[in-house]
Write a protein that binds this ligand. Structure first.
Ligand code: NAD
Length: 515
């Protein structure tokens, strides 16, 4: 059995995050009970075993849920601005631990250190947003049609929110959900990806200090680990809302299962994001947007750029510029800031990258550059691949699917209407973008007959988003919205109240019922 890794100073980061004895499977974090089998978390950076985590048995799951139910009774009575103050303290703790947590994210998931730190920054940002929100959970008042009556709506907490997260944003996705849920008066039970469980334990350790300091029950923040907990969560009537982030395939199942018991879901599923490169675009901006979008996080963002729809008049020039940019990409250890592209999460992801390239070729696609696994010293994990560009057609089966890897499909268009139809011509609807200096094209792209995605950008790539906006997508991306704007409403239940302060009981719509 390999021991806890000490590569790249990660041991120090783990110690700072309170993860010391985890390699014997005993440390499980706040409100997390785990007596089941061990899961091993290997770093895709160098293939080493970071640590092992015990999974939650069905009994452990019940214990966590019981604590969450008790905690909800306390937490819902804490005034919302005071809940906001607790979240403010959580943000302070996250600021303190930004460096080691960012390092751990980078090492466990394989994204660059800059992106790991950026992910923690996003957590801090959503906390700050949630603090302000805690004083703005507004409801409307309406004029009643009946005399001496008052009507208004108010928003109450839902209860226990189930959070199921994907491996690629192992901490930020949890915070988008958990911090909003907390100010809304909900408690939560989090089931992280089994590919990045240590990040989850680190988060629980950070939250724990705040809850303890404020004498709040640990059940406010629950964690269950291991795949067996997925179905328990999906089917649990005590969980009125399941916020699921992951693939469309699994999301479809979660959606049906939770709907069957009349639970609600927030679904944040796969994307198949395109950039339209107009003849009126600025090529130097396209280059940064497209290359970062396609190879950043090794193509493992839900918002990664998967398709470039290029005007025929600038097609050859764009392909030449992209080819030369790809030739300069440095692939390697993501903790080294000189590198542009880190590893894929595991060898299964490498397989699906290689298979997609073969499928594209079989369907008639032409590889422009890249493809294949990077071998040799520094690449021992077997998870590093050469980002690939393929000339393809939108209708190919493989182009219609999301391959979670750095493959960029190129296609030509001649009219803007055709470009928009290609952009919309996939089952997913997450992020989209146009690079153009033409106001007419820009407005058309953003109009009701333009992009059908949840996110539509102009002169910005598809990848990444700020927490201030509602995040999510349409069609097979699931329709969920989380993070900023009014996404908080999904974490609360709306109640319409009508109060009669008169001495008569008139019925609505003038109905008479004389006794
Ligand atoms: P995945 O679907 O394999 O797993 C996601 C989560 O679902 C994991 O925690 C997994 O353990 C859990 N799970 C597995 N079976 C389940 C079941 N039967 N019921 C409930 N949960 C179950 O996805 P992944 O490989 O971890 O992540 C990559 C996918 O996530 C991509 O498709 C990506 O586009 C998507 N994603 C979407 C967003 C978004 O906001 N739209 C953000 C990040 C990732």
């Amino acid at each position: 059995m390999a021991t806890l890794t000490d590569t790249f100073g990660v041991q120090k980061a783990l110690t700072q995050l309170g993860i010391t004895a985890i390699n014997d499977g005993t440390s499980t974090g706040l409100n997390s009970f785990a007596n089941g089998e061990l899961i091993s978390s290997y770093s895709p950076v160098d293939g080493s075993l970071i640590a092992q985590v015990k999974t939650s048995t069905p009994d452990d799951y019940q214990t966590v849920m019981a604590k969450a139910e008790e905690a909800f009774k306390v937490w819902r009575l804490v005034p919302a601005p005071k809940r906001g103050d607790i979240v403010r303290q959580m943000a302070e703790e996250l600021r303190k631990f930004k460096e080691p947590l960012g390092q751990l994210v980078s090492f466990e998931m394989g994204k660059s250190l800059q992106e790991g730190l950026g992910e923690v920054q996003e957590m801090i940002d959503i906390c700050d947003f949630a603090v302000g929100l805690s004083r703005q959970l507004y409801g409307l008042t309406m004029h009643s049609e009946r005399p001496l009556h008052r009507m208004y709506e108010q928003w109450h907490p839902l209860g226990i929110v189930g959070i199921i997260s994907a491996f690629n944003f192992p901490v930020a996705v949890w915070s988008w959900n958990s911090m909003l849920a907390l100010v809304c008066g909900d408690v939560y039970v989090w089931k992280p990806s089994s590919k990045a469980p240590i990040c989850a334990i680190a988060c629980q350790n950070i939250i724990k200090t705040v809850l303890e300091r404020n004498n709040l029950p640990e059940g406010i923040s629950g964690l269950v680990t291991g795949e067996a907990c997925n179905e328990l969560l999906n089917n649990d009537k005590r969980i009125p809302l399941v916020s699921f982030t992951g693939s469309t395939r699994v999301g479809r199942h979660v959606s049906k299962t939770v709907a069957e018991r009349f639970g609600k879901t927030i679904l944040e599923l796969g994307g198949n994001n395109a950039i339209i490169v107009s003849e009126h675009s600025d090529i130097s901006m396209v280059l940064v947007g497209a290359v970062f979008g396609a190879v950043g996080t090794a193509g493992q963002r839900c918002t990664s750029t998967r398709r470039l729809i290029i005007h025929e008049s600038v097609y050859d020039k764009t392909v030449a510029v992209l080819k030369s940019a790809y030739a300069q990409l440095k692939i390697g250890n993501p903790l080294d800031s000189n590198n542009h592209v880190g590893p894929l999460i595991d060898k299964m992801a490498v397989e699906s990258f290689l298979n997609a390239i073969e499928k594209a070729k079989a369907e008639g696609g032409t590889v422009v550059t890249g493809g294949g696994v990077v071998q040799g010293e520094g690449y021992e994990s077997g998870c590093y691949v050469n980002p690939c560009i393929i000339e393809a057609e939108n209708h190919y089966t493989v182009v219609q699917e999301e391959t979670f890897a750095p493959i960029l499909y190129l296609m030509k268009y001649s009219t803007i209407e055709e470009a928009i139809a290609l952009q919309n011509g996939v089952p997913q609807g997450l992020s989209s973008s146009i690079f153009t200096n033409s106001m007419r094209e820009m407005e058309l792209f953003l109009s009701q007959s333009g992009s059908d995605c949840g996110i539509a950008n102009v002169n910005i790539g598809t990848s990444g988003a700020e927490i201030g906006g509602a995040f999510g997508g349409e069609k097979e991306t699931g329709g969920g919205r989380e993070s900023g704007s009014d996404a908080w409403r999904a974490y609360m239940r709306r109640q319409t109240n009508t109060i009669n302060y008169g001495t008569q009981l008139p019925l609505a719509q003038g109905i008479r019922f004389d006794l």
